[in-house]
Design a protein around this ligand. Structure first.
Ligand code: OGA
Ligand code: MN
Length: 299
C-alpha cells in the first residue's frame, strides 16, 4: 500500500489517501507527501484518528515545532499542551467561551486573512490543523494561493514590491478588530518583526506574495501608503479564483504552507456550537528577509 494524491485543482490543494498517520510513515510515503506539499501547498488527510501525541509526531516529520503564543496570555489557563495552538472556541474546562471572553476576542483574529506566525521573527513554515469536533454549519477554513496571486499581478506591480519589507505584529491584526487591550508585558513579548512582501519557495522555485492582516506599515513608505498597498494586495490575493474552501469533517487533518498561502476561518455560531480544532505548527528556517537576502530597513 502506498499513499495516493488526489489533486483538487491543477496546482492548489490535494487530498492524500491510503495512509494512517497514527502509524510511522514510510520514507517513500513521506517523500510523496513532501512532493505534494511543494506542488499543492494545501494537503487534506481525511479520516485520521490521532491522539495529541500522534498529531505532534506527524508534524515533527516536517521540522521543529513552535510553542503556542497562548503562553504569553496570562488571563486563562491553557487547555492543550504548549506545542498545540488551541484554535477551538473552548475554555480549559471544555465549555464554549463566553461572548466577552478575552480569549474569544483574540481568536476572532483568525477570521481575517492571515498566515500563521508572520508576526514572529522566524515565522511558521507549515501548519497542521486537526478537527476533533466541528460545528454543524459554518466554521469552514478558506485558503488562498499566493503563488497564483503573485503570478497574476501586473508586471509593474511585481517590480514595485520586489524588495519591499513590511512590519508584522499580532497587535496589528487585533487592532483591525478594535481589540487593543494588551498589557505592556504582552506587547514586550511579541515585538513587531520585518517580513518581505515577495518570497521564493525553495522546493518549487515559485515566487509568492507574503501577506497577512498582521502586516502594518511598509518600510520606506508613509504609514497610510503602506497600509493601503497591503490592503490592495490582500484584496487581489484573495479573489475567488485563488481560493479553496475547506468544509471540515471530523478527523480531517489539513496541512498548509504558510509561506505561500493565506487562510481565514469563516463564521459560525460560536456561542452555541463547539468547534475543537487543534494546530501543530512547524517553524520556518529563518526570517523571510534573511532567506531572501533583503536588507532590513532601519525601523
Ligand atoms: C489556524 C486558523 C482558522 C480556522 O488554525 O491557524 O487560522 O478556521 N484557523 O479555524
Ligand atoms: Mn491561522
Amino acid at each position: 500500500m502506498s499513499v495516493i494524491v488526489v489533486p483538487l485543482t491543477e496546482s492548489f490543494a490535494a487530498e492524500i489517501g491510503d495512509i494512517d498517520l497514527s502509524q510511522p510513515v514510510a520514507p517513500s510515503d513521506l517523500a510523496t507527501i513532501n512532493e505534494a506539499f511543494a506542488k499543492y501547498a494545501v494537503l487534506i488527510f481525511p479520516d485520521q484518528r490521532l491522539s495529541q501525541g500522534q498529531h505532534l509526531e506527524f508534524a515533527k516529520l516536517f521540522g521543529p515545532l513552535e510553542t503556542t503564543i497562548g503562553v504569553y496570555r496570562k488571563d486563562a489557563p491553557l487547555r492543550l499542551p504548549t506545542e498545540l495552538a488551541d484554535v477551538s472556541n473552548l475554555n480549559h474546562e471544555n465549555e464554549v467561551l463566553g461572548k466577552e471572553s478575552r480569549v474569544r476576542l483574540f481568536q476572532l483574529g483568525n477570521r481575517l486573512w492571515h498566515t500563521d506566525s508572520s508576526f514572529k521573527r522566524v515565522p511558521a513554515r507549515a501548519s497542521l490543523l486537526y478537527a476533533r469536533t466541528i460545528a454543524p454549519v459554518g466554521g469552514h477554513t478558506e485558503f488562498a494561493d499566493e503563488r497564483a496571486a503573485y503570478d497574476a499581478l501586473p508586471e509593474e506591480m511585481k517590480r514595485r514590491i520586489e524588495t519591499l519589507v513590511a512590519e508584522h505584529s499580532i497587535f496589528n491584526s487585533r487592532a483591525r478588530l478594535g481589540f487593543t487591550n494588551f498589557s505592556e508585558e504582552e506587547r514586550r513579548e511579541m515585538p513587531p518583526v520585518p517580513q518581505v512582501l515577495v518570497r521564493t519557495i525553495p522546493e518549487s522555485g515559485r515566487k509568492s506574495l507574503y501577506l497577512a492582516s498582521h502586516a502594518g506599515r511598509i518600510f520606506g513608505m508613509s504609514e497610510a501608503d503602506g497600509r493601503a498597498l497591503i490592503d490592495h494586495l490582500i484584496a487581489h490575493a484573495t479573489q475567488r479564483q485563488f481560493v479553496y474552501t475547506h468544509r471540515w469533517r471530523v478527523n480531517d487533518l489539513v496541512m498548509w504552507d504558510n509561506r505561500c498561502t493565506l487562510h481565514r476561518g469563516t463564521e459560525f455560531d460560536d456561542l452555541r456550537w463547539k468547534r475543537d480544532v487543534q494546530r501543530a505548527t512547524v517553524c520556518d528556517v529563518a526570517n523571510s528577509c534573511e532567506q531572501e537576502g533583503v536588507a532590513i530597513a532601519a525601523a
